[in-house]
Design a protein around this ligand. Structure first.
Ligand code: SR1
Ligand code: MG
Length: 396
């Protein structure tokens, strides 16, 4: 689909977003279109355009030349819109049905036009409301297995893999993750943000040299291990859901990195939910964590057998070694995500919206403790059931 757009960047107004939508071959020329800016993320504008008569809609997402969460003082590449659109297309071809359809893109305007998913709910919002999504673990486990296997050297010719790694070079967005997940929360840095009662716990992290040594190793893995094309920011705000469907959105942080990173971020955001819930509701989330890993492991192993191209794929122990590395990396990355969501720059509503201060601080202390434990003990877990037991203990 062609987009008639100016050839230079300009932040769209709602009226301009409507005009852009009218230039696409989607709505009837007589249609009355309405526009609403619905972006609640940290970085972009998201316009929903709707035909008032039919209810038919589409999404126009536009990157801003700065990080919306901080303002114009934090400039940010517009190229992330192209990275996001291309990652959506590639991941959508590998994990069928799990990603919104891209209708059109414009690199100069940093715009992606895509499927409207407003019949679904952002997973984080649904989870905070106490909902449970029965297909979530199956869908995300499968999405992870297919996107990560088929973009790795296990499933892709090395020429194509290196071409993709170059295409998805994303240094500015990676630097955000390097700083906000792997560095700043582990030092007394001015980007950190936490309530005063957490200072002692934060200081204990900054003083914990063995912990920081482990985080340094995880950061090095993130910096250097180009294993597969990651989503790069797979938290529960990057997923739309309902009872039957799951769609992964927002891969603007996509790049070639360690396979365990996407898995770890997703699991960490479920662990936050396990910590904020109790009883049967907590049990359901813990089961989702276990099932996500089990589905990932089973399908990744299946793809290894059916589609693997690595000559060593049948060498005794190699598949188990590769999967164990992913498991231990994921647990460590989950630990870093738990800590940064608690004392770093970018928080989560799951914790911040707990109205009662003493409960909120207790839950945040638990999240920090869970993060530290997972980072430091990650190599001790030999099975998902062992990890499940630890998560139950840490979230009590
Ligand atoms: C300045 S961006 C802050 C966070 O928002 C994104 O969703 C990423 O998680 C990033 O770390
Ligand atoms: Mg995002």
């Amino acid at each position: 689909m062609t987009l008639t757009a100016p050839s230079t960047y300009k932040a769209l107004t709602e009226q301009e977003a409507i005009r852009l939508a009218q230039s696409l071959d989607v709505f009837a020329s007589s249609a009355t279109l309405q526009c609403e800016e619905i972006g609640d993320g940290n970085l972009n504008y998201v316009f929903r355009i709707t035909d008032s008569a039919t209810g038919q809609g589409l999404i126009i997402k536009q990157a801003l030349p700065y990080a919306k969460v901080v303002g114009e003082s934090w400039p940010l590449t517009l190229h992330r819109a192209t990275i996001e659109a291309n990652a959506l297309k590639l991941h959508g071809s590998l994990a069928k049905g799990r990603v919104p359809e891209v209708y059109a893109t414009d690199a100069a305007l940093a715009v992606t036009v895509m499927e409207d998913l407003s019949q679904l709910t952002i997973l984080r919002n649904g989870l905070i409301d106490g909902k449970h999504y029965p297909k979530l673990a199956e869908h995300i486990g499968s999405y992870l297995a297919h996107t990560l296997f088929h973009t790795s050297d296990f499933g892709l010719h090395p020429f194509e893999k290196k071409r993709l790694a170059a295409e998805f070079s994303n240094p500015e967005l990676c630097k955000i993750t390097e700083d906000l997940i792997f560095t700043d929360p582990f030092f007394d840095h001015d980007t950190n943000d936490f309530e005063e009662p957490l200072r002692e716990a934060a200081q204990a992290i900054w003083d914990n040299e063995p912990l920081k040594f482990e985080v340094a190793k995880l950061k090095r893995s993130f910096l250097t291990e180009a294993e597969a094309l990651l989503h790069g920011d797979l938290h529960t705000g990057s997923i739309f859901v309902d009872e039957d469907d799951t769609k992964v959105i927002d891969p603007e942080f996509a790049f070639y990195g360690p396979i365990g990173f996407d898995i770890g971020l997703f699991l960490a955001n479920l662990i936050v939910q396990a910590i904020t819930r109790s009883g049967e509701e907590r049990e359901l989330i813990v089961q989702d964590i276990t099932q996500t890993w089990q589905v990932f492991e089973q399908q990744f192993s299946g793809l290894w057998e059916s589609d693997g191209i690595e000559t060593y794929k049948t060498t005794t122990g190699y598949r188990e070694y590769a999967i164990e590395k992913i498991f231990h990396d994921a647990i460590g990355f989950a630990g870093c995500e738990l800590i940064r969501r608690t004392i770093g720059l970018a928080h989560v509503r799951d914790l911040d919206d707990i109205a009662d201060e003493s409960t909120r601080i207790d839950r945040k202390r638990q999240t920090l403790k869970a993060g530290e434990t997972l980072i430091q003990t990650r190599r001790e877990y030999q099975s998902i059931k062992q990890l499940e037991t630890a998560i139950k203990e840490l979230s009590k």
